[in-house]
Design a protein around this ligand. Sequence first.
Ligand code: GLC
Length: 805
Amino acid sequence: MIVNTELENKGNLFPSKIIDFKKDVDKLYFTADNDVILELTVVRDSLLRFRYTTVGNFNNDFSYAITQYASIGYNKLEIGETKTSFEVLTSKLRCEISKEDMRTSIYDAKDGTLINHDENGFHWEESYEHGGNIVKMSKVSNDGESYYGLGDKPNHLNLKGKRFSNWVTDSYAYGKDTDPIYKTIPFYTGLHHGKAYGIFFDNTFKSSFDFGHERRNVTSFWAQGGEMNYYFFYGPKMNDVVESYTDLTGKPHHLPPLWALGFHQCKWSYYPESKVKEITSTFRKLQIPCDAIYLDIDYMEGFRCFTWNKAYFPDPKRMVKELLDDGFKTVAIIDPGIKIDKEYSVFKEALEKDYFCKRADGDYMKGKVWPGECYFPDFTNPEVRDWWSGLFQELIEDVGIKGVWNDMNEPAVMEVPNKTFPDDVRHDYDGNPCSHRKAHNIYGMQMARATYQGLKKYSYPKRPFVITRAAYSGTQRYTSTWTGDNVATWEHLWIANLQAQRMAMSGFSFVGSDIGGFAEQPQGELFTRWIQLGIFHPFFRVHSSGDHGDQEPWAFDEDVTAIVKKFIEIRYQLLPYLYTAFWNYTDHGTPLLKSLVLYDQDDVQTHYRTDEFIFGEQILACPILEPNAKGRRMYIPRGNWYNFWTDEVVKGGKEMWVDADIDSMPFFVKEGAIIPKYPIQQYVGEKEITEITLDVYYKDGKEESDFYSDANDGFDYTKGRYSLRNFKLTGKGNELIINQHKEGKFITPYSTFNIQFHGLPFDIVEVQLDNETIAHKSLRVNNIESITVDKNFSELHLKGIKSHS
Ligand code: GLC
């Protein structure tokens, strides 16, 4: 694709032949005759970085995406040379670089499979208008190759045959094919011949990806400026690719406070105080669990950030405390636009300190948002981020707000055609001054980062909780996110499911949608189905624009209220299971939601599935996406699965009909799984939990499960005060053995496990705990046997006789 040939008329330019090679520890430099240099860094045995310049030297190497905590280091690095190419060999990969034209080919070092190779490879066009280049890369698309990732694209999970661009955009009421929308995550996974690899194009300019759309056998990506700078991750398991990308761009810095995984109720807007209280007390009256209540822009005085409308909220501190006493954490919105108002202290201070973004010729960047005309802090300046983080002191420390919601941080500007800043706006970019063309995609990320810094400081010793709308790769380190202004339609329920899965496979698992739809009004049935999906999304919040009626669980009819309550209760019971999955995400980068292809890439049936996904490690869920449904057809992945509602075991590897009337939804538990559960609470911490239920799903064979717990907030867990229990289940005929391995110093408030055995093929006659037979009171209710044991057993051994029930 040639973009900009009119002025220079040079067209695409290519590296010429390699005339020099140098090695500097982990960095290899290949220099071409025409001043192109390829800097190849061996980050790990399965992770290579490719970076190109066309002018003989590189600009400062700086990235907002890459975390300082990324793991680096390789076991093997050997360089070879043939007549036609250089060869870089690690324990996982062999990379060939052609001497003739710098094109690269990457092979699996063990079995020699060609994983990824350049078609035209690196090429570029000079940009007369802006200077620098439009940098391009094209790769051969392999036979049967599929593509996944790219963040929040509201499109089929498999990106094959499509083209996308990345430019963070405020997208009110976006649709299925709208592109781009709120996030820029230029990372994708390719899968062919059973092997997966990933490419992360770390370039913040407007970028594009083409997956065989323009030419069937070619995949390409390019950006309107900056460097061709990409990372290549090798799996061959897709899960390893995603974990490796997440390690490089950062796992969340902390676990969220457990309450943040509870249910959140939001609307634009709940005010005044009496309305907020009416909502929260209705939750308690109807006994529908809820942990967080949101204040949208109307809590402020004329939409000035860090102020309160005292007519609506005369005493915020008192209100926030009263809400907290009732178990509600208050979350408040903060936008980037600062109202131009000489009487407003935040504005005055930023003006005095010269913290606002300016146009190229020195004027302020002025734009309209909710408060009217605004200036915007330059969050790419570390000093500005520090200042911004300090602004949260009163809100957090004094008023007691527990979470902050950053919105409009694309940055959104109203009543202008491009919906954002013009290209010439200047940014500090952490000491690498640049125009908005380069800083646009990371502006929102840096705002969320500054907000996170503030919350971290002032919430301490509690954990910070932030939500953002705009994001670039790496934003997952600081904050959760939602998918923006969706619509109350069935198609949007499909989109929400897809976006959450796609975000999870793009390293950003703490995600959810506006349940019920932000724009327009859902019917009770749609709302119910959306809540059912929502209980499986890490961020679980109802939100709506509020100009079309109510969207609380009781706003429809009594049947809806009852079903919604039932599902929110299931979410609260599953909190220990979800928290364990979150720990796994924070610790290993393991995505919290796994699309079927990510779960079992060797089964080609999964490559084009969109609806089914694995929640955590062992629960299979599939939302109902149509009205009037009494169930649906869905694909059950390979293995045996227990229907959550009936305990019927189904054998996977096939599509089948699953009943799910409006009060149900298809979900299954993996055979052999041990699922930790809480009792139902109205909010996290309502009850002291002295006993955990373990749902054990019998398997003839072996399966492992984890159960992580800690204080549910605070940072003690980082000093070893956590409890990690690994269960190894072995079922054979009339016996079941569970071995427990314990780790960590946390003394859990629970002392016993109530173990519920599902699908046990025998009646228990003997229970041995650590090799001693114990008297047991086993109860069989609805075909589920249960016993209660001390939490610290090492081995639980059940013996039985064949059940006749
Ligand atoms: C934007 C947000 C939405 C919010 C509204 C008012 O549209 O996406 O969630 O309610 O602004 O603040």
